[in-house]
Design a protein around this ligand. Structure first.
Ligand SMILES: [Zn+2]
Length: 236
């Protein structure tokens, strides 16, 4: 393998690892907020531990499976369209190699190379691996690294589940008098952590992200607790 190929592969792997990490943090965040809202709402209506456990567990399973299915569908669709684009590119390279070489030259020129250097680069890239060159420069994809929908689905399922476990355990483990305090405090702390992590991974301001995330979670719990209390008071 030559040096440039090695460097590109390295940069791509790092970028996709960061994307995976961000997706995992966002999945956990979803699990925390939706399950916290659910169990705090039920806690507003009842002190029954079995009801809280049932609601929390059902919310965890429904949420993680819905996230996994959504991710599977979206990544499959994306992969289908990437495969179709690659197939079209492969056919164009076979049927009109001259036009394709011109196209690659123009694309490289548009990225700031001089005409002569772009032509030279396009010829070398075409000689080495024409399809990969067109996939990268023209389509912005790596034909060897199309995202696997099953991996994406598992990652969403696991990250949502890890996040959802926190409010679930926080509401069922402590004695009745401490449930809400323990849940609200641990959920806000966890949301501060996920907000901070996703901001750092995206190189954004962590302070704002922490505040937004905690306020969002507090709102979710406040609204469902209010609704649960009303229903409980009405004797539903
Ligand atoms: Zn092309």
């Amino acid at each position: 393998m030559t040096e440039p190929t090695h460097d590109e592969a390295h940069g791509g792997a790092l970028g996709s690892r960061l994307n995976w990490l961000r997706a995992a943090v966002l999945g956990a965040n979803d699990g925390i907020v939706s399950t916290a809202g659910l169990v705090v709402g039920v806690a507003g209506a009842t002190e029954n531990r079995a009801a809280l456990l049932t609601a929390g567990l059902a919310g965890l399973l429904a949420g993680s499976m819905s996230m996994a299915a959504g991710e599977y569908v979206s990544v499959s669709t994306q992969r289908d369209s990437e495969r179709a684009a690659l197939a079209l590119e492969r056919r164009e390279l076979r049927e009109q190699p001259e036009a394709e070489l011109r196209e690659l030259t123009e694309l490289l020129e548009a990225r700031g190379l001089s005409r002569a250097v772009a032509r030279e680069a396009a010829e070398q890239l075409t000689a080495r691996d024409a399809l990969r060159a067109h996939a990268r420069v023209e389509l912005g994809i790596d034909p060897d690294e199309l995202t696997n929908p099953w991996n994406a689905a598992w990652a969403s399922f696991l990250s949502f589940t890890v996040g959802a476990l926190l409010p679930l355990l926080a509401i069922v483990l402590p004695p009745a008098g401490w449930r809400l305090t323990v849940t609200v405090v641990s959920v806000l702390a966890a949301l501060a952590l996920t907000g901070w992590s996703s901001a750092r991974l995206g190189a954004a301001d962590p302070g704002r992200a922490v505040l937004r995330n905690a306020v969002g979670g507090a709102l979710a719990m406040g609204v469902t607790y209010g609704a649960g209390t009303l229903l409980g008071a009405a004797g539903v």
